[in-house]
Design a protein around this ligand. Sequence first.
Ligand code: PLP
Length: 228
Amino acid sequence: MSLPADTSDYSASPLRRIQARIAAAARNAGRDPTEVTLTAVSKQQPWAAIEPLLLAGQTVFGENRVQEALGRWGQRRGGLELRLIGPLQTNKTRDAVALFDVIETLDRERLAEHLAAEAQRRGQSPRLYIQVNTGEEARKAGVSPLDADAFIGLCRNRYDLPIDGLMCIPPEDQPPAPHFALLAKIAERNGLTRLSMGMSADFEIAIRHGATSVRVGSALFGPRPPLS
Ligand SMILES: *Cc1c(COP(=O)(O)O)cnc(C)c1O
């Protein structure tokens, strides 16, 4: 079966449309499209919005709150990969480690300590990404780019944690490309190959800069309903 020549035709579902845009962005960057994972950000979405994606074969979902994610995914885990993309409080570490396959928001030593203790207790750990606050925004989580190398070393050496990659959320009021480039540079000099970067508005730019996973919410599901 071949694709229709006009790919705008190929847009019956938002999932297929985003997949096609990811593949095109990868190819334009000279990359293999299978190197880029789509994390469908299901936070705040009703089950009726999520189910069609599951039926269409989407398996990777991102959530930003532990309790909300437990309510949504605690009972239906088979074959899925769940990623925590929001801040993690230390008192939720146990629940988070039990539920998530990947935690993308490791950003301070106290959390590393809790994650290590929990991994020890369970005999396994989720894959971990360190969040870098590339814009050094006071209100945003993440380690400062200047502290990133030391923090990566600390997590690996003192806490023996499986650090898989880096994650960032660029400032809303700036072009994202320099932030993606900075994250890629920090990863490269630390021997990390995974980069979680790019959201609905900028995932194609992130892919150009080496994103291996993009976190897409509203472009897949439409606008999020307000928090209840
Ligand atoms: C909500 C959220 C997203 C998805 O944002 P969209 O703009 O809706 O694609 C991505 N990353 C993080 C960390 C988020 O909290």
